[in-house]
Design a protein around this ligand. Structure first.
Ligand code: 5GP
Length: 118
């Protein structure tokens, strides 16, 4: 697969401020936030799209959601947030390294990444 900006960020080759990191993933604030809280949870493993994940990635995928949930609770938005995973160009994906969007703090109708799909 082609390398991406998120591959470089997870490997520390491009500077980025991690708001969370562990051995499986990192989290960064989105450079173009669509809501007051807009965090990307990015696995260190460079899976291009959700459809490219396999059964071997089951625990990793669950981990990404639990990290996103934890970040939401830390920021006091645990009662109201949206999780988005865009898959493929048709799904609005622009960076082909799987990532989970955590969005909160705005009316959710305004915080969609691909409103035409709602
Ligand atoms: P996608 O459309 O692939 O689901 O989401 C990619 C997201 O990554 C977009 O919301 C975009 O603003 C964000 N993004 C792209 N490049 C960078 C970057 O270099 N740094 C950060 N922090 N976010 C980025």
């Amino acid at each position: 697969m082609a390398d991406t900006i998120f591959g470089k960020i997870t490997r520390g080759e491009v500077p980025a401020t991690f708001v969370y990191e562990d051995d499986q993933c990192v989290a960064i604030n989105d450079i173009n936030p669509q809501a007051p809280t807009h965090i990307l949870v990015i696995p260190r493993k460079p899976i291009p799209r959700l459809v490219d994940a396999s059964a071997d990635d089951q625990a990793l995928l669950g981990h990404l959601l639990l990290v996103a949930r934890e970040l939401a609770e830390q920021r006091g938005v645990g009662d109201g947030f949206r999780i988005v995973i865009n898959n493929g160009e048709g799904g609005g994906q622009t960076v082909f390294h799987l990532h989970v969007h955590l969005l909160a703090g705005a009316p959710m109708a305004e915080a969609g990444l691909a409103p035409d799909m709602q």
